[in-house]
Write a protein of this length. Structure first.
Length: 295
């Protein structure tokens, strides 16, 4: 059953099942709370499992929202309020995928709740300045994160054919040559050969779930530079256990030596692991790698 937590200007949707140690799952883009269903169902007989639909996603949308509503401080406060309301205090593990990993990291840095461990999947600790992406131009246009700064245009392009968008986003990406990879909005999210394989996810349900568009979820990306500014007051190295998991064939996040070194100095108890034959949707295809970090 979906529950609602009333916050200042919207209701945050979540589901909690099971008893025991606490684990909280945070989805990324373009996903929702149901992204974790397989892992949740496997763990709910052993742990108290909570999944949340984060602010700006359809079940937690904000009426008459502004772009700044989706900055990292607000996203972190949502999770802190949920943890406190539900009293998720039994050796809490937070698992985040994609943007969910960045929110989880921010929550840990802020230090307002007790966390035993972070499991951060195909994400990291934050985005660099948008100027980094502005210097990247591909055959089909600028980097998708640069395109997301033009919120209205990006939403219009992707929402006009949500079936194509989700099939493009969730396609299987084996044996990637990152030197030839086109990370433009059109290439990643609006180009798909229907004969190509996609991951085992219900595309029709996603299309229905996001039928009112993607504007609020894309707004997260429009706050990247603002997030860098407001996080200066609490961003720090942390001392809790952190496991970073990355897919070997991830088209969106490429793990390299520079990134490994940066992540390893982000805390005093950090492990960085690359999962063979996995791509960006690692929790769908290699759930055992995620579960083993939790149990």
């Amino acid at each position: 059953m979906i529950n609602k937590l009333q916050l200042d200007d919207f209701e945050l949707s979540y589901i909690t099942e099971g008893e025991g140690r606490d684990v909280l799952f945070l989805h990324g883009f373009p996903s929702n709370m149901y992204f974790w269903n397989d892992i949740k169902n496997e763990l709910k007989d052993k742990l108290r499992v909570t999944v949340v639909e984060q602010r700006g996603y359809p079940l937690s949308s904000i009426e008459d929202s502004m772009v700044r509503d989706f900055n990292i401080e607000n996203l972190s406060l949502d999770i802190e309020n949920l943890v406190n309301k539900l009293e998720l205090t039994n050796n809490l593990v937070i698992v985040g995928h994609d943007w969910g990993s960045i929110v989880a990291w921010a929550v840990a840095c802020r230090g307002n709740i007790e966390i035993e461990k972070l499991v951060l999947i195909c994400g990291g600790t934050g985005f660099p300045s948008t100027s980094v992406y502005d210097n990247l131009v591909f055959e089909n246009g600028q980097h998708y994160i640069s395109s997301f700064q033009n919120l209205e245009e990006a939403d219009k392009l992707l929402s006009q054919n949500l079936d194509l968008f989700f099939r493009s986003a969730y396609r299987v990406t084996p044996n990637i040559d990152h030197g030839l990879l086109d990370l433009s909005l059109k290439s990643l999210f609006a180009t798909h050969n229907y004969a190509s394989k996609i991951h085992a996810i219900d595309i029709d349900s996603l299309v229905k779930h996001f039928r009112h568009g993607l504007k609020q979820s894309i707004s997260w990306y429009s706050n990247i530079d603002f997030n860098l500014e407001i996080s200066k007051q609490w961003r720090r190295a942390i001392d809790i256990e952190v496991a970073f998991l990355f897919g070997e064939n991830d088209a969106a996040v490429k793990l390299n030596d520079k990134m490994i070194n940066r992540l390893k100095i982000s805390g005093s108890n950090v492990a960085v692991k690359e999962v063979k034959n996995a791509d960006h949707w690692l929790p769908l295809t290699h759930k055992e790698s995620v579960i083993s970090e939790i149990i």
